[in-house]
Ligand binder design. Structure first.
Ligand code: ATP
Ligand code: MG
Length: 323
């Protein structure tokens, strides 16, 4: 059942990143909500062809519990040239969105900062799903994700955690400058140094991501988006001791060890996806029932809705004050 663009009705904007914009849309024939990502591209045949070739790889990936469903890719050449990717809509959004919503509640004073939503059982679930999705992509298709970060890990209220945005090289989509903005920060030391890139680069990114979800801050310190600022960050990743979960937090031995292993700077020492799937942190975390995690997802969805409403109210109030 392939989807045609003319059967889609736009419902609203979900978000946007460095490369494009994601819209919530309705597929009218079967009343299904799907996500539509538009990426502006240069009108060059070479770029276009290669992009479409890469997207056709995604088309071949069979559905999997931990991979966001893919419904097709299009190239539109109307007034703007863009690639359109249709995918499964995930109604709890991405981990970065959940994290910023949590922070908004803390800022409003309606939540204690210590009540972090990302508890260890939740993090273990999320990590297991990512590791399992990554190992499926590599085992079946030799695909390396290369862009594991909070905004590319999505959750739905049925209790599924899925990864998205793999396979399409960023270089093709944007100019070189853009590839160093924002996303570069989750790159492993060996990748920055230009060595061969394996699935262990994604393991490094996973480690950084967990630290960020526990602490609420990106672990390698801030950086400005100037070329100098980014270069400085890349140098720090290569030269400084590996990032860690800060001491003094109520973290279990298992999560600390898991993160330490993911963040080993030498990729030869860093464990593989398979090895990490057997780590105590993951094994113990899986003992939490599906039911509990589904509850967590449902609660998150409620919070996201509430946040949307509160934001709207805050905006209205600001308007009144201005008058
Ligand atoms: P970058 O462009 O650097 O990769 P990004 O991942 O945030 O950053 P996009 O991939 O364009 O950028 O996604 C924008 C936002 O849309 C994401 O942050 C996520 O919250 C949301 N999003 C993306 N895909 C989906 C989806 N299938 N279902 C629900 N929300 C989605
Ligand atoms: Mg993304």
């Amino acid at each position: 059942s392939s989807i045609e663009l003319q059967d889609l009705v736009q419902l609203g904007k979900i978000g946007s990143g460095n490369s494009g914009t994601v819209l919530k849309t309705l597929h009218v024939p079967d009343s299904r909500v799907i996500a539509k990502k538009s990426i502006p591209v240069e009108n060059k045949t070479l770029v276009k062809n290669q992009l479409m070739r890469e997207l056709s790889i995604m088309q071949n990936v069979k559905p999997h519990d931990h991979i966001v469903g893919f419904f097709g890719a299009f190239y539109t050449a109307s007034t703007t040239n863009e690639i359109i990717i249709l995918m499964e809509y995930m109604d709890c959004g991405s981990l970065d969105k959940i994290m910023s919503t949590y922070k908004a509640f803390v800022r409003r004073g309606s939540l204690e900062a210590s009540a972090n939503w990302f508890t260890e059982p939740v993090l273990a679930r999320i990590s297991h799903s990512i590791l399992d999705g990554l190992s499926y992509l590599y085992r079946e298709y030799k695909i390396i994700h290369r862009d594991i970060k909070p905004s590319n890990v999505l959750i739905n209220s049925k209790g599924s955690v899925k990864i998205c945005d793999f396979g399409v090289s960023k270089k093709l989509i944007n100019s070189i400058a853009d590839t160093f903005v924002g996303t570069s920060t989750y790159m492993s030391p060996e990748r920055i140094q230009g060595n061969v890139y394996t699935t262990k680069g994604d393991v490094w990114s996973l480690g950084l991501m967990i630290i960020e979800l526990v602490t609420g801050e990106f672990p390698l310190g801030g950086h400005s988006d100037t070329p100098e600022g980014i270069l400085d960050l890349l140098q720090r990743i290569v030269n400084e001791p590996p990032p860690r979960l800060p001491p003094g937090l109520p973290c279990s031995r298992e999560i600390v060890d898991f993160v330490n292993r993911c963040c080993l700077k030498d990729e030869k020492e860093r464990p593989s996806l398979q090895e990490l799937l057997c780590h105590d942190f993951i094994v113990r975390g899986r003992s939490q029932g599906d039911r509990d995690f589904r509850h967590w997802c449902k609660r998150i969805k409620k919070r996201l809705k509430e946040d949307k409403m509160l934001n709207r109210e805050e905006k209205e109030r600001a308007k009144l004050v201005k008058r």
